[in-house]
Write a protein that binds this ligand. Structure first.
Ligand code: ADP
Length: 195
């Protein structure tokens, strides 16, 4: 299965991506995590990405698209993947379409985690105190929300028009949200809530 997990910053994409990928037997590929790993390892990619991440802007498409293409070409992604946080721009949508076409693959599903804005900010500020992510300050959070609304929210229409968009309620228990996502993915039998 090949699917996307979309939603605003703070919607719980990262948490759900790992849980869903495990249940679906595909790798969870998070562009945010790959960037952060590169920043921590002080690679050239990390140095370039850090300038954008720190202020809440998107890393340029050229950099992001190359990185995702390399990652999707790896062996563990041959039979499926779950993309968390990609695509976020029209150029990224096109790049992913091109990749799928080149490989003869189809995108099966785009799940959007829906969470009200007030709840998103509360979650991100809570994460700021527990995880200390540099981009979880109030000013950067608000900028990330704005960038999401302007650049990424409109992309949902594309997947809606293709008939593969499903909106899942992202509020409540982590396990309940996972169960709802599995239902959306047509894996009802796997959708028993787990801790
Ligand atoms: P969130 O969804 O909470 O903003 P992520 O961990 O997904 O967090 O992303 C953190 C940062 O990494 C983003 O603000 C952006 O700078 C960069 N990033 C992640 N994915 C992409 C992408 N697909 N395109 C451009 N930049 C990205």
């Amino acid at each position: 299965m090949r699917l996307l997990l979309m939603g605003p910053p703070g919607a719980g994409k990262g948490t759900q991506a790992v849980r869903l990928a495990e249940r679906l037997g595909v790798p969870a590929i998070s562009t945010g995590d790959i960037f952060r790993a590169n920043v921590a390892a002080l690679t050239g990619l990390g140095r370039e990405a850090k300038r954008y991440i720190d202020v809440g802007d998107y890393v340029p498409d050229r950099v992001t698209n190359d990185m995702v293409r390399d990652r999707l070409a790896q062996n563990d992604a041959r039979h499926g993947w779950l993309l968390d946080g990609y695509p976020r721009t029209p150029s990224q949508v096109n790049e992913l379409d091109r990749f799928c076409r080149d490989c003869g693959h189809t995108l099966d599903l785009a799940i959007v985690l829906g969470v009200p804005e007030r709840e998103l900010v509360r979650r991100l500020l809570e994460r700021a105190s527990s995880e200390g992510r540099v981009d979880d300050t109030e000013a950067v959070i608000s900028h990330r929300q704005q960038v999401f609304r302007e650049q990424t929210e409109p992309l949902m229409e594309i997947y809606h028009a293709r008939g593969i968009l499903k909106i899942v309620d992202g509020r409540g228990d982590v396990a309940d949200v996972t169960a709802r996502c599995l239902l959306a993915a047509g894996r009802d039998r796997d959708a028993v809530p787990t801790t």
